[in-house]
Ligand binder design. Structure first.
Ligand code: GEM
Ligand code: ZN
Length: 253
């Protein structure tokens, strides 16, 4: 409803579409914000995906806030204007709306969507066979675009995590673009009010595998198969905070 209202209010710069349905039939909404929404321009394509873990809700709220901020500030704030005119922006506030309704990490089939993507070590076939509807929708959405930069938003820690996410827990697993990823992750953490200084991770960033290995994560799929520089933003130690704290999370992030 919030998304529909914004799309109605700003038809010149938004296009709201669904890329599929969840297990329980909820629409998987994405908002395109652009000076020419819905049109493939010669501009870099960027995306944010949040709430793939249904019980990690801050990113979902931040996405809604960001959509609102961008639209309200077009030709008011030069940053918003510049982004909308020169980047093709896509925002998916919830990849797992069923999990959100259930207050669960998993989708309605009990699957962790951040273990359901093709994986370079354990499942290197870039097909949708046997995957969850939410995963299939995001993969097919990726195939229709040329995303070059993106992030997926999580909660439960405070760190910017970058590829590779495996294979050996505790061992640094550098991608060929390690310096680029360190730059991207640090750009997020240093601009965050607490992430860079927090004691748990040096400079508020971590290599995924060094932290702990996961297989079938979305981040590495984006990088390996989509050539999309994707990082994983852990935005709060608390997964489901009181709504009174949301304004602070917006400022922090
Ligand atoms: C993580 S996501 C990022 C962590 N990646 C690695 N390699 N440690 C997950 O999916 O387990 C945490 C989360 O759910 O937020
Ligand atoms: Zn998560």
């Amino acid at each position: 409803l919030i998304l529909q209202n914004i799309a109605d209010e700003y038809p010149e710069i938004t296009e709201l579409t669904s890329i599929g349905q969840s297990v329980q039939g909820r629409e998987l909404w994405i908002m395109n914000i652009s000076d020419n929404p819905g049109i493939n321009e010669i501009e870099p394509e960027f995306k944010y995906v949040a709430n793939m873990h249904g019980d990690e809700v801050i990113g979902r709220e931040l996405c809604l806030n960001l959509i609102e901020w961008l639209c309200e500030n077009y030709y008011i704030d030069p940053r918003a204007t510049n982004l909308i005119n020169n980047v093709d922006i896509f925002i998916m506030p919830s990849m797992n709306p069923d999990g959100f309704e259930m207050g669960s990490r998993y989708n309605a089939n009990g699957v962790d969507l951040n273990r359901d993507f093709p994986d370079q070590f354990e499942d290197p076939s870039n097909t949708t066979n046997g995957r969850q509807p939410e995963t299939v929708a995001v993969m097919e959405w990726g195939w229709e675009h040329n995303f070059v930069l993106s992030a997926n938003m999580h909660g439960g820690a405070l760190v910017a995590n970058y590829p590779f996410d495996g294979p050996y827990s505790g061992n640094y697993s550098a991608s060929p673009d390690d310096n680029m990823f360190i730059h991207l992750a640090t750009t997020y953490s240093i601009n965050h009010s607490e992430m860079y200084e927090s004691n748990s991770f040096s400079n508020g960033i971590t290599n995924g595998s060094q932290w702990y290995a996961i297989f079938g994560g979305m981040q590495d799929w984006n990088y390996i198969w989509e050539k999309d520089f994707d990082i994983t933003l852990e935005q709060s130690d608390e997964k489901w905070p009181n709504s009174s704290e949301l304004q602070q999370f917006w400022e922090d992030n």
